[in-house]
Every structure is written in C-alpha cells, then in structure tokens.
Design a protein around this ligand. Sequence first.
Ligand code: NAD
Length: 315
Amino acid sequence: MKKILVTGALGQIGSELVMKLRELYGADHIVATDLKSSAHEITRSGPFELLDVTNDKAMFEIAKRYEVDTVIHLAALLSATAEEKPLLAWNLNMGGLMNALEVSRELGCQFFTPSSIGAFGPSTPRDNTPQDTIQRPNTMYGVNKVSGELLCDYYFHKYGLDTRGLRFPGLISYMTPPGGGTTDYAVEIYYAAVTTGRYTSYIAKDSNMDMMYMPDALDAIINLMEADSCRLVHRNSFNVTAMSVDPEAIAAAIREEIPSFILDYNIDPKRQAIADSWPHSIDATAATREWGFHANYDLKAMTKDMLAKLSERHV
Ligand code: NAD
C-alpha cells in the first residue's frame, strides 16, 4: 500500500486530492502538509503536519518519519501572484521543487508535481498546442513551470527517479477557492451566479483557455501515478484538458440553468496579458495514448454539477 506525502495540501487541488487519496489508500497512508493549518477536514481525518517546503531538513524529517514512498508536491505560487512577486515565486516554486525532488531521491520515492498551460508562451502554436512544442513563456510562473518540467526529467534520467507530471489547464471546483491563478475567473463566475446572479469578468470576451473540472483532474493524477512506467514516453509533463472556453461560453452554459445571469467585463490588463500568452486549446492525445487519459465532464456537465453543488451550500 502506498504511503504518500502531499505538500501544499490545503490548496485548491490538495484539499480535494487528500480526501480522495485517503478514501483510496487509507487515511493513515496520506500525510497532508501545508505552511499553515486550518479547520479543513484534511487536518483532522488523517496525519497533518505543518511544513514550509523551502525548509529541506523539515521536509526530509517528515518524509522519513512517516516512511513515505510517494511525494505529491503541490505547494507553489500561482501565475497571477507569481507575476506580482517574481522573486518569492522563484524561491518557492524552484526551491520547494528542488527540495521535494532531493527528498524523493534520498528516500527512493515516486514523485508527482503539476506543470501548467502556463509553461507555454507567445511563440507556442496556440491552437491544438502539441505535447512537444516551443516553450518560451514570458511570465515568472511559466519560467518556473518549464524549469520544473526539465528538472523532473533530469532526475528521471540521471537518478532513475520515477517522476511524473501533468500540464493542468485552469481547474474549476466548488470546495476550495482558487489561489491566485489567471483562470480564477472561471471559478468565481459560478460562485457569483448562485449568489448575486451577475459577474464582472477580468478576462476578455473571446479569450479561449483550456479548463478542467476538479474530479477529472484528481482522476488524472491518480491514473498517471498508477500507470505502467514502461508505457510513459513523456512523464514531465502531459498535456491534459477537458474543454476550451471563453467567458461568454461559460455564461451561456450558466444561462441554461439560471436564465437571468448577467455577465459584463472590466478587463485586468495584467491577468489578460498572461492569458494572451497562453494556448487557446491544447492537444492531450499523448496522455490518452500513453496512460489512457480521458475527461468525464464537458462544459455542460460541469456547469450543471457546479451550480447544483454551490446552490446546496448557499440555501
Ligand atoms: P493553491 O494556491 O490553491 O494552494 C497552494 C498551497 O500551497 C496553499 O495551501 C498554500 O498555503 C501552500 N503553500 C504556499 N507556500 C508554501 C510553502 N512555502 N510551504 C508549504 N506550503 C505552501 O494552489 P493549487 O491550485 O492547489 O495548485 C497546486 C499546484 O497545481 C501548483 O503547482 C500549481 O501551479 C498547479 N496548477 C494549478 C492549477 C489550478 O487551476 N489550480 C492549474 C495548473 C497548475
């Protein structure tokens, strides 16, 4: 049975991933860690430790004490925040990753960390963006993500460390709010739909970006980690996506459930500039071919579920 250390576990992905991993592998087998604590269930339903990922000794001590055989490294500064605080982003995103890779190397752990569509840049082909293509991002987050992909490949080739990764698109979920990404609008719009019935988008009409519903993202992580290693040609990192949408498309899907929903715009030039440097839609066929990736939720199915779950919370 696996014993997994998760960093950044109280974030948008980690808070749901830890719950799912505890169901699958047993609560005691998933060691959740984060810089801060909270009242979230994951701090009570199994082992939880405070851990700053820039502290290599503390990370090693916790990983060794719990005898983990897998590290899922999620702690990071996201795209919009990283652009505001580039030095902090470099130190956390690269320093934390390096520490997590070193701990995994020393203890012989399987390793997963997410990359992002932010690893592409303005010179990348924007439509049906291939798995292997130009990656010259012009954001600090993108620079971190490309460097991270290369570093994970390096640890695989040099040390035989079983590193795996996914280039996530914008992730949409109803449990934990997103943490400062460029695609956060696609989550906020649903919260606004069930509370005020209107939303002002900071991302422009016609800005298509890839998105995925959280249940599909969690399945993708688990299925990639369980995949037969010899089938993996790419490892770090696979393109995955479920839909390519702009604010109008999401609003139209919301109006099928809430006809009076109003969308208007007040563009944030900083986050729009990041969005403009990212692909319109990415090609996930390598992930499908090498480990059977598929997404269950399209825009319509995701919208129905998001609105139902958020409405339950707001009654
Ligand atoms: P998030 O911002 O919601 O959560 C990050 C967590 O890391 C937070 O709980 C925070 O407290 C913690 N953290 C911050 N600094 C830390 C430190 N020094 N030590 C330990 N923990 C620290 O992020 P998320 O959305 O869950 O993203 C997780 C990973 O997935 C990141 O690598 C991110 O780049 C990637 N990703 C996310 C998305 C998305 O849409 N959410 C898309 C693509 C890639």
